[in-house]
Unconditional design. Structure first.
Length: 480
Protein backbone atom coordinates (compact mmCIF):
# COMPACT_ATOMS: atom_id res chain seq x y z
CA UNK A 1 0.00 0.00 0.00
CA UNK A 2 1.44 3.45 -0.91
CA UNK A 3 2.28 5.86 1.90
CA UNK A 4 -0.42 8.29 3.00
CA UNK A 5 1.30 11.15 1.17
CA UNK A 6 0.93 9.22 -2.10
CA UNK A 7 -2.69 8.27 -1.57
CA UNK A 8 -4.88 9.53 -4.38
CA UNK A 9 -8.65 9.47 -4.13
CA UNK A 10 -11.08 9.69 -7.04
CA UNK A 11 -14.81 10.33 -6.96
CA UNK A 12 -16.48 9.41 -10.25
CA UNK A 13 -20.04 9.48 -11.49
CA UNK A 14 -21.15 6.36 -13.34
CA UNK A 15 -23.97 6.48 -15.87
CA UNK A 16 -24.35 4.73 -19.20
CA UNK A 17 -20.74 4.51 -20.44
CA UNK A 18 -17.56 3.40 -18.72
CA UNK A 19 -14.86 4.05 -21.36
CA UNK A 20 -14.03 7.54 -20.12
CA UNK A 21 -14.02 6.38 -16.49
CA UNK A 22 -11.63 3.56 -17.36
CA UNK A 23 -9.40 6.08 -19.15
CA UNK A 24 -9.35 8.34 -16.07
CA UNK A 25 -8.46 5.39 -13.84
CA UNK A 26 -5.59 4.47 -16.17
CA UNK A 27 -4.16 7.99 -16.23
CA UNK A 28 -4.68 9.01 -12.58
CA UNK A 29 -4.04 5.56 -11.04
CA UNK A 30 -5.92 6.35 -7.81
CA UNK A 31 -5.36 4.24 -4.71
CA UNK A 32 -9.01 4.69 -3.62
CA UNK A 33 -12.14 5.17 -5.72
CA UNK A 34 -15.64 6.30 -4.74
CA UNK A 35 -18.28 5.45 -7.34
CA UNK A 36 -21.46 7.56 -7.53
CA UNK A 37 -23.81 5.33 -9.47
CA UNK A 38 -27.46 4.88 -10.29
CA UNK A 39 -29.00 1.72 -8.91
CA UNK A 40 -29.67 0.25 -12.37
CA UNK A 41 -28.35 -3.20 -13.12
CA UNK A 42 -26.34 -1.95 -16.11
CA UNK A 43 -24.64 0.77 -14.06
CA UNK A 44 -23.71 -1.53 -11.17
CA UNK A 45 -22.30 -4.05 -13.62
CA UNK A 46 -20.08 -1.31 -15.03
CA UNK A 47 -18.80 -0.56 -11.52
CA UNK A 48 -17.99 -4.26 -10.96
CA UNK A 49 -16.19 -4.43 -14.30
CA UNK A 50 -14.10 -1.34 -13.51
CA UNK A 51 -13.15 -2.69 -10.07
CA UNK A 52 -12.05 -6.03 -11.53
CA UNK A 53 -10.13 -4.52 -14.45
CA UNK A 54 -8.18 -2.24 -12.11
CA UNK A 55 -7.70 -4.79 -9.39
CA UNK A 56 -8.99 -2.51 -6.65
CA UNK A 57 -8.97 -4.19 -3.19
CA UNK A 58 -12.32 -4.28 -1.39
CA UNK A 59 -11.23 -1.71 1.21
CA UNK A 60 -10.11 0.73 -1.50
CA UNK A 61 -13.40 1.26 -3.29
CA UNK A 62 -16.98 1.97 -2.31
CA UNK A 63 -20.19 2.62 -4.22
CA UNK A 64 -22.99 5.06 -3.41
CA UNK A 65 -26.25 4.38 -5.22
CA UNK A 66 -29.18 6.60 -6.08
CA UNK A 67 -32.33 6.26 -8.15
CA UNK A 68 -32.01 7.01 -11.85
CA UNK A 69 -34.06 10.22 -11.72
CA UNK A 70 -33.14 13.92 -11.93
CA UNK A 71 -35.18 14.51 -8.78
CA UNK A 72 -32.35 12.74 -6.91
CA UNK A 73 -29.78 15.49 -7.54
CA UNK A 74 -29.85 16.36 -3.86
CA UNK A 75 -29.02 12.77 -2.96
CA UNK A 76 -26.03 12.82 -5.32
CA UNK A 77 -24.77 15.99 -3.63
CA UNK A 78 -25.12 14.25 -0.27
CA UNK A 79 -23.36 11.14 -1.59
CA UNK A 80 -20.47 13.26 -2.91
CA UNK A 81 -19.91 14.74 0.52
CA UNK A 82 -20.07 11.28 2.11
CA UNK A 83 -17.60 9.92 -0.44
CA UNK A 84 -15.21 12.79 0.29
CA UNK A 85 -15.33 12.15 4.04
CA UNK A 86 -14.84 8.40 3.47
CA UNK A 87 -11.74 9.08 1.39
CA UNK A 88 -10.21 11.69 3.73
CA UNK A 89 -11.24 10.33 7.12
CA UNK A 90 -11.74 6.57 6.80
CA UNK A 91 -9.07 5.93 4.15
CA UNK A 92 -6.59 8.68 5.01
CA UNK A 93 -6.37 10.35 1.60
CA UNK A 94 -5.08 13.95 1.93
CA UNK A 95 -7.78 16.44 0.96
CA UNK A 96 -5.47 17.97 -1.67
CA UNK A 97 -5.22 14.54 -3.37
CA UNK A 98 -8.97 14.02 -3.85
CA UNK A 99 -10.10 14.36 -7.47
CA UNK A 100 -13.59 14.51 -8.93
CA UNK A 101 -14.42 13.28 -12.42
CA UNK A 102 -18.05 13.96 -13.36
CA UNK A 103 -17.60 12.86 -16.98
CA UNK A 104 -19.14 9.39 -16.94
CA UNK A 105 -22.42 10.02 -15.11
CA UNK A 106 -25.82 11.08 -16.32
CA UNK A 107 -25.97 14.83 -16.93
CA UNK A 108 -27.99 15.56 -13.81
CA UNK A 109 -25.65 13.38 -11.73
CA UNK A 110 -22.58 15.18 -13.05
CA UNK A 111 -24.16 18.57 -12.37
CA UNK A 112 -24.92 17.58 -8.76
CA UNK A 113 -21.42 16.19 -8.21
CA UNK A 114 -19.88 19.37 -9.66
CA UNK A 115 -21.93 21.49 -7.24
CA UNK A 116 -20.65 19.48 -4.30
CA UNK A 117 -17.11 19.57 -5.69
CA UNK A 118 -17.20 23.35 -5.80
CA UNK A 119 -18.20 23.48 -2.13
CA UNK A 120 -15.46 21.02 -1.19
CA UNK A 121 -12.81 22.61 -3.39
CA UNK A 122 -12.02 19.33 -5.17
CA UNK A 123 -9.61 19.05 -8.08
CA UNK A 124 -11.89 18.45 -11.07
CA UNK A 125 -10.86 16.32 -14.04
CA UNK A 126 -12.84 16.02 -17.24
CA UNK A 127 -12.26 13.33 -19.87
CA UNK A 128 -12.76 14.91 -23.25
CA UNK A 129 -13.28 12.86 -26.37
CA UNK A 130 -14.09 13.79 -29.95
CA UNK A 131 -16.88 11.98 -31.72
CA UNK A 132 -16.98 10.52 -35.17
CA UNK A 133 -19.99 9.94 -37.35
CA UNK A 134 -20.80 6.32 -38.21
CA UNK A 135 -23.16 5.34 -41.01
CA UNK A 136 -25.33 2.24 -40.85
CA UNK A 137 -25.00 0.92 -44.42
CA UNK A 138 -28.21 -1.08 -44.22
CA UNK A 139 -30.41 1.86 -43.16
CA UNK A 140 -28.33 4.88 -44.10
CA UNK A 141 -28.79 6.33 -40.62
CA UNK A 142 -25.92 8.11 -38.91
CA UNK A 143 -24.89 8.22 -35.28
CA UNK A 144 -22.06 9.83 -33.32
CA UNK A 145 -19.71 7.60 -31.36
CA UNK A 146 -16.67 8.50 -29.23
CA UNK A 147 -13.30 8.26 -30.97
CA UNK A 148 -11.07 6.49 -28.39
CA UNK A 149 -7.90 7.81 -30.03
CA UNK A 150 -8.84 11.41 -29.14
CA UNK A 151 -9.56 10.75 -25.48
CA UNK A 152 -7.66 12.95 -23.01
CA UNK A 153 -7.94 14.10 -19.39
CA UNK A 154 -8.47 17.85 -18.98
CA UNK A 155 -7.57 19.04 -15.45
CA UNK A 156 -9.94 21.91 -14.63
CA UNK A 157 -8.27 22.70 -11.31
CA UNK A 158 -9.86 23.53 -7.96
CA UNK A 159 -13.62 23.51 -8.39
CA UNK A 160 -13.98 26.23 -5.77
CA UNK A 161 -11.48 28.36 -7.66
CA UNK A 162 -13.85 28.37 -10.62
CA UNK A 163 -16.54 30.00 -8.49
CA UNK A 164 -14.36 32.31 -6.36
CA UNK A 165 -15.22 35.31 -8.52
CA UNK A 166 -19.00 34.67 -8.40
CA UNK A 167 -18.68 34.09 -4.64
CA UNK A 168 -16.90 37.41 -4.24
CA UNK A 169 -19.58 39.15 -6.30
CA UNK A 170 -22.28 37.53 -4.15
CA UNK A 171 -20.51 39.00 -1.13
CA UNK A 172 -20.31 42.39 -2.83
CA UNK A 173 -24.07 42.29 -3.49
CA UNK A 174 -24.65 41.61 0.20
CA UNK A 175 -22.30 44.43 1.16
CA UNK A 176 -24.04 46.93 -1.12
CA UNK A 177 -27.38 45.81 0.33
CA UNK A 178 -25.90 46.82 3.72
CA UNK A 179 -25.63 43.21 4.96
CA UNK A 180 -22.07 43.85 6.04
CA UNK A 181 -21.80 40.87 8.41
CA UNK A 182 -23.06 38.45 5.75
CA UNK A 183 -20.66 39.97 3.22
CA UNK A 184 -17.75 39.60 5.62
CA UNK A 185 -18.51 35.89 6.06
CA UNK A 186 -18.68 35.41 2.28
CA UNK A 187 -15.33 37.15 1.73
CA UNK A 188 -13.67 35.23 4.56
CA UNK A 189 -14.85 31.92 3.12
CA UNK A 190 -13.07 32.72 -0.14
CA UNK A 191 -10.01 34.07 1.67
CA UNK A 192 -9.63 31.09 3.99
CA UNK A 193 -9.56 28.42 1.26
CA UNK A 194 -5.90 27.34 1.23
CA UNK A 195 -5.80 26.39 -2.45
CA UNK A 196 -6.06 28.54 -5.53
CA UNK A 197 -4.90 32.01 -6.48
CA UNK A 198 -3.01 34.01 -3.87
CA UNK A 199 -4.17 37.19 -5.62
CA UNK A 200 -7.84 36.34 -5.25
CA UNK A 201 -7.28 35.42 -1.62
CA UNK A 202 -5.62 38.81 -1.09
CA UNK A 203 -8.56 40.49 -2.79
CA UNK A 204 -10.98 38.57 -0.54
CA UNK A 205 -8.93 39.59 2.50
CA UNK A 206 -9.15 43.28 1.56
CA UNK A 207 -12.90 43.01 0.98
CA UNK A 208 -13.38 41.18 4.29
CA UNK A 209 -11.53 43.98 6.08
CA UNK A 210 -13.76 46.57 4.39
CA UNK A 211 -16.92 44.64 5.34
CA UNK A 212 -15.80 44.30 8.98
CA UNK A 213 -15.13 48.05 9.20
CA UNK A 214 -18.45 48.84 7.49
CA UNK A 215 -20.27 46.63 10.01
CA UNK A 216 -18.56 48.51 12.85
CA UNK A 217 -19.52 51.89 11.37
CA UNK A 218 -23.07 50.67 10.73
CA UNK A 219 -23.30 49.90 14.45
CA UNK A 220 -21.90 53.35 15.44
CA UNK A 221 -18.71 51.82 16.85
CA UNK A 222 -16.88 55.02 15.85
CA UNK A 223 -18.68 56.72 18.74
CA UNK A 224 -17.75 54.00 21.26
CA UNK A 225 -14.09 53.34 20.56
CA UNK A 226 -11.11 54.40 18.50
CA UNK A 227 -11.25 52.81 15.03
CA UNK A 228 -7.95 54.24 13.82
CA UNK A 229 -6.31 50.82 13.51
CA UNK A 230 -9.28 49.39 11.59
CA UNK A 231 -9.28 52.33 9.19
CA UNK A 232 -5.53 51.99 8.58
CA UNK A 233 -5.74 48.22 8.04
CA UNK A 234 -8.64 48.49 5.61
CA UNK A 235 -7.15 51.33 3.57
CA UNK A 236 -3.80 49.55 3.33
CA UNK A 237 -5.40 46.19 2.37
CA UNK A 238 -7.54 47.77 -0.37
CA UNK A 239 -4.64 49.76 -1.79
CA UNK A 240 -2.37 46.73 -1.78
CA UNK A 241 -4.82 44.69 -3.81
CA UNK A 242 -5.64 47.64 -6.08
CA UNK A 243 -2.03 47.85 -7.24
CA UNK A 244 -0.83 47.77 -10.80
CA UNK A 245 -0.65 43.96 -10.92
CA UNK A 246 -4.41 43.66 -10.63
CA UNK A 247 -5.57 46.84 -12.38
CA UNK A 248 -8.34 47.15 -9.78
CA UNK A 249 -8.30 50.92 -9.78
CA UNK A 250 -11.86 51.29 -8.49
CA UNK A 251 -10.78 49.80 -5.18
CA UNK A 252 -8.46 52.76 -4.75
CA UNK A 253 -11.54 54.99 -4.75
CA UNK A 254 -13.10 52.79 -2.04
CA UNK A 255 -9.87 53.07 -0.04
CA UNK A 256 -10.02 56.86 -0.38
CA UNK A 257 -13.60 56.78 0.88
CA UNK A 258 -12.61 54.89 4.02
CA UNK A 259 -9.62 57.17 4.48
CA UNK A 260 -11.96 60.17 4.32
CA UNK A 261 -14.19 58.55 6.94
CA UNK A 262 -11.16 57.93 9.13
CA UNK A 263 -10.40 61.64 9.08
CA UNK A 264 -14.02 62.45 9.92
CA UNK A 265 -13.94 60.23 13.02
CA UNK A 266 -10.46 60.71 14.48
CA UNK A 267 -9.60 58.89 17.68
CA UNK A 268 -11.81 58.50 20.72
CA UNK A 269 -15.14 60.33 20.74
CA UNK A 270 -15.67 62.53 23.80
CA UNK A 271 -19.41 61.66 24.02
CA UNK A 272 -20.58 65.19 23.34
CA UNK A 273 -23.44 65.98 20.90
CA UNK A 274 -21.78 66.46 17.52
CA UNK A 275 -22.72 67.13 13.93
CA UNK A 276 -20.77 64.03 12.83
CA UNK A 277 -23.10 61.88 14.90
CA UNK A 278 -26.15 63.59 13.38
CA UNK A 279 -24.87 62.93 9.83
CA UNK A 280 -24.16 59.30 10.72
CA UNK A 281 -27.66 58.89 12.15
CA UNK A 282 -29.49 60.32 9.17
CA UNK A 283 -27.44 58.25 6.68
CA UNK A 284 -28.01 55.17 8.83
CA UNK A 285 -31.75 55.85 8.79
CA UNK A 286 -31.68 56.00 5.00
CA UNK A 287 -29.80 52.68 4.86
CA UNK A 288 -32.40 51.09 7.13
CA UNK A 289 -35.20 52.41 4.92
CA UNK A 290 -33.60 50.74 1.90
CA UNK A 291 -33.31 47.47 3.85
CA UNK A 292 -36.98 47.64 4.85
CA UNK A 293 -36.05 48.05 8.54
CA UNK A 294 -38.57 50.83 9.06
CA UNK A 295 -38.72 50.61 12.87
CA UNK A 296 -34.97 51.24 13.12
CA UNK A 297 -35.16 53.97 10.47
CA UNK A 298 -37.83 55.78 12.51
CA UNK A 299 -35.72 55.49 15.67
CA UNK A 300 -32.64 56.91 13.94
CA UNK A 301 -34.56 59.79 12.36
CA UNK A 302 -36.10 60.49 15.79
CA UNK A 303 -32.65 60.48 17.41
CA UNK A 304 -31.33 62.81 14.70
CA UNK A 305 -34.11 65.31 15.44
CA UNK A 306 -33.36 65.09 19.14
CA UNK A 307 -29.61 65.39 18.61
CA UNK A 308 -30.00 68.56 16.56
CA UNK A 309 -31.65 70.32 19.53
CA UNK A 310 -28.99 68.93 21.87
CA UNK A 311 -26.17 70.28 19.68
CA UNK A 312 -27.70 73.74 19.36
CA UNK A 313 -28.39 73.93 23.10
CA UNK A 314 -24.88 72.65 23.92
CA UNK A 315 -23.54 75.65 22.03
CA UNK A 316 -25.19 77.84 24.71
CA UNK A 317 -22.33 77.55 27.20
CA UNK A 318 -22.41 73.72 27.01
CA UNK A 319 -26.02 73.49 28.20
CA UNK A 320 -26.70 69.76 28.80
CA UNK A 321 -30.33 68.67 28.26
CA UNK A 322 -29.91 65.63 30.52
CA UNK A 323 -28.64 67.75 33.44
CA UNK A 324 -29.96 71.28 32.82
CA UNK A 325 -27.96 74.09 34.42
CA UNK A 326 -30.25 77.04 33.82
CA UNK A 327 -27.61 79.50 34.93
CA UNK A 328 -25.92 78.93 31.56
CA UNK A 329 -28.92 80.40 29.70
CA UNK A 330 -30.16 84.00 29.57
CA UNK A 331 -32.07 85.25 32.61
CA UNK A 332 -35.79 84.55 32.46
CA UNK A 333 -35.45 81.53 30.16
CA UNK A 334 -36.39 79.09 32.91
CA UNK A 335 -39.53 81.10 33.80
CA UNK A 336 -40.76 81.04 30.19
CA UNK A 337 -39.98 77.30 29.91
CA UNK A 338 -41.82 76.52 33.17
CA UNK A 339 -45.00 78.09 31.82
CA UNK A 340 -45.24 75.18 29.38
CA UNK A 341 -43.29 72.55 31.34
CA UNK A 342 -43.60 73.33 35.06
CA UNK A 343 -41.07 71.46 37.15
CA UNK A 344 -39.61 69.46 34.23
CA UNK A 345 -36.21 68.08 35.21
CA UNK A 346 -34.93 66.67 31.89
CA UNK A 347 -35.43 68.07 28.43
CA UNK A 348 -36.71 65.63 25.81
CA UNK A 349 -37.00 66.09 22.06
CA UNK A 350 -40.11 68.29 21.89
CA UNK A 351 -39.13 70.30 24.96
CA UNK A 352 -35.69 70.89 23.45
CA UNK A 353 -37.20 72.57 20.39
CA UNK A 354 -39.55 74.60 22.56
CA UNK A 355 -36.55 75.82 24.54
CA UNK A 356 -34.72 76.73 21.31
CA UNK A 357 -37.80 78.72 20.24
CA UNK A 358 -37.85 80.55 23.54
CA UNK A 359 -34.17 81.36 22.96
CA UNK A 360 -35.13 82.51 19.43
CA UNK A 361 -32.51 80.26 17.91
CA UNK A 362 -32.33 81.12 14.18
CA UNK A 363 -32.30 77.45 13.12
CA UNK A 364 -35.83 76.90 14.42
CA UNK A 365 -37.42 80.37 14.49
CA UNK A 366 -36.35 82.42 11.48
CA UNK A 367 -37.72 82.40 7.94
CA UNK A 368 -37.75 79.06 6.15
CA UNK A 369 -36.09 77.47 9.18
CA UNK A 370 -39.09 78.16 11.40
CA UNK A 371 -40.29 74.76 12.60
CA UNK A 372 -41.64 75.63 16.08
CA UNK A 373 -44.82 77.71 16.10
CA UNK A 374 -47.24 79.08 18.66
CA UNK A 375 -50.37 76.96 18.87
CA UNK A 376 -53.04 79.42 20.01
CA UNK A 377 -55.65 76.75 20.65
CA UNK A 378 -53.44 75.01 23.23
CA UNK A 379 -51.55 78.19 24.17
CA UNK A 380 -48.16 76.51 23.78
CA UNK A 381 -45.20 76.22 21.47
CA UNK A 382 -45.11 73.06 19.31
CA UNK A 383 -42.71 71.70 16.68
CA UNK A 384 -44.35 71.10 13.33
CA UNK A 385 -43.13 67.47 13.38
CA UNK A 386 -44.76 66.69 16.75
CA UNK A 387 -47.53 64.64 15.12
CA UNK A 388 -45.24 62.18 13.33
CA UNK A 389 -43.41 61.40 16.58
CA UNK A 390 -46.39 59.32 17.69
CA UNK A 391 -45.24 56.63 15.25
CA UNK A 392 -42.18 56.04 17.40
CA UNK A 393 -44.24 55.77 20.61
CA UNK A 394 -46.63 53.20 19.12
CA UNK A 395 -43.92 50.96 17.66
CA UNK A 396 -43.27 47.45 18.97
CA UNK A 397 -39.68 48.52 19.71
CA UNK A 398 -40.93 51.28 22.04
CA UNK A 399 -44.29 51.37 23.83
CA UNK A 400 -46.82 49.91 21.40
CA UNK A 401 -47.71 46.92 19.28
CA UNK A 402 -47.56 48.22 15.71
CA UNK A 403 -44.52 47.93 13.42
CA UNK A 404 -43.54 51.07 11.56
CA UNK A 405 -44.29 51.19 7.84
CA UNK A 406 -42.44 52.63 4.88
CA UNK A 407 -44.88 55.56 4.99
CA UNK A 408 -44.10 56.16 8.69
CA UNK A 409 -40.35 56.24 8.07
CA UNK A 410 -40.75 58.58 5.09
CA UNK A 411 -42.99 60.93 7.15
CA UNK A 412 -40.48 61.47 9.94
CA UNK A 413 -37.63 61.52 7.43
CA UNK A 414 -39.20 64.52 5.68
CA UNK A 415 -38.61 66.51 8.86
CA UNK A 416 -35.30 64.98 9.95
CA UNK A 417 -33.48 65.43 6.64
CA UNK A 418 -33.78 69.25 6.33
CA UNK A 419 -32.99 69.73 10.02
CA UNK A 420 -29.89 67.53 9.62
CA UNK A 421 -28.86 69.65 6.64
CA UNK A 422 -29.28 72.86 8.65
CA UNK A 423 -27.40 71.39 11.59
CA UNK A 424 -24.43 70.12 9.54
CA UNK A 425 -24.39 72.95 7.01
CA UNK A 426 -24.26 70.27 4.30
CA UNK A 427 -26.71 68.86 1.79
CA UNK A 428 -27.56 65.17 2.10
CA UNK A 429 -25.42 64.55 -0.98
CA UNK A 430 -22.48 66.30 0.64
CA UNK A 431 -23.00 64.26 3.81
CA UNK A 432 -22.90 61.09 1.74
CA UNK A 433 -19.63 62.09 0.14
CA UNK A 434 -18.12 62.89 3.52
CA UNK A 435 -19.68 60.37 5.90
CA UNK A 436 -21.34 57.53 3.93
CA UNK A 437 -19.95 54.00 4.04
CA UNK A 438 -18.44 53.45 0.57
CA UNK A 439 -20.09 50.95 -1.75
CA UNK A 440 -18.03 48.23 -3.40
CA UNK A 441 -17.70 47.92 -7.18
CA UNK A 442 -18.67 44.63 -8.77
CA UNK A 443 -15.98 42.35 -10.14
CA UNK A 444 -16.15 41.78 -13.87
CA UNK A 445 -14.36 39.30 -16.11
CA UNK A 446 -12.72 39.35 -19.54
CA UNK A 447 -12.71 43.13 -19.46
CA UNK A 448 -9.08 43.92 -18.89
CA UNK A 449 -5.83 42.01 -18.96
CA UNK A 450 -4.34 41.02 -15.64
CA UNK A 451 -0.63 41.03 -15.02
CA UNK A 452 1.20 38.73 -12.65
CA UNK A 453 -1.39 35.95 -12.40
CA UNK A 454 -0.18 33.24 -10.06
CA UNK A 455 0.96 29.97 -11.68
CA UNK A 456 -1.64 27.24 -11.60
CA UNK A 457 -4.56 29.63 -11.68
CA UNK A 458 -7.33 28.08 -13.81
CA UNK A 459 -7.45 29.21 -17.41
CA UNK A 460 -11.00 30.43 -16.91
CA UNK A 461 -9.71 32.98 -14.39
CA UNK A 462 -6.52 33.83 -16.27
CA UNK A 463 -8.63 35.55 -18.91
CA UNK A 464 -8.49 38.64 -16.71
CA UNK A 465 -10.77 40.54 -14.41
CA UNK A 466 -11.28 44.07 -13.26
CA UNK A 467 -13.77 46.13 -11.32
CA UNK A 468 -16.92 47.36 -12.96
CA UNK A 469 -18.68 50.64 -12.17
CA UNK A 470 -19.48 50.92 -8.43
CA UNK A 471 -23.05 50.33 -7.27
CA UNK A 472 -24.83 53.28 -5.73
CA UNK A 473 -26.82 51.28 -3.17
CA UNK A 474 -25.37 53.14 -0.22
CA UNK A 475 -25.28 56.59 -1.75
CA UNK A 476 -21.53 56.59 -2.28
CA UNK A 477 -20.45 58.89 -5.05
CA UNK A 478 -16.93 59.83 -6.02
CA UNK A 479 -16.20 63.37 -4.92
CA UNK A 480 -15.57 65.70 -7.86
Amino acid sequence: MPSRARHIGLIVTVGGQSEQIDFELEKLRPTHVAFLATGTRECLQQVDSLVRSRGLPAQCHRTWETDDAPECMGKVVENTFEAYHWLTEARGVPAANVHLDPTGGRKWMSAAAALAGAELGLAVDYVHVDTQTMVDESTGRTRSVPDPYTMRVVPLGDAFELIRLPRLNAGIERYNACDYVGAQRAFEEVRDRPSGSALLRSLADGLASAAALAAALDGFAQFRRDLSDEFSTTVRALRDVAGERLHLGRLSEVAEGFERLGRAFPGQWDQKPTRELAASLVLSAQRRERRGQFDVAVLHYYRCLELASQVWLWEFNEFDTSRPDWSKLPEGTRDQFDKQYPGKQQIDLVAGYVLLRILEHPMVSEGVNECVRWRAKDRRWAPEFEGVLRTRNYMVAEHGFEPASRKDAAAIGRHALPIAERLCGLSIGEMERRFAIPSLPRLGSRTQAVEGIAPGMPEAIQCGYTLAVPCQADGWRTAP
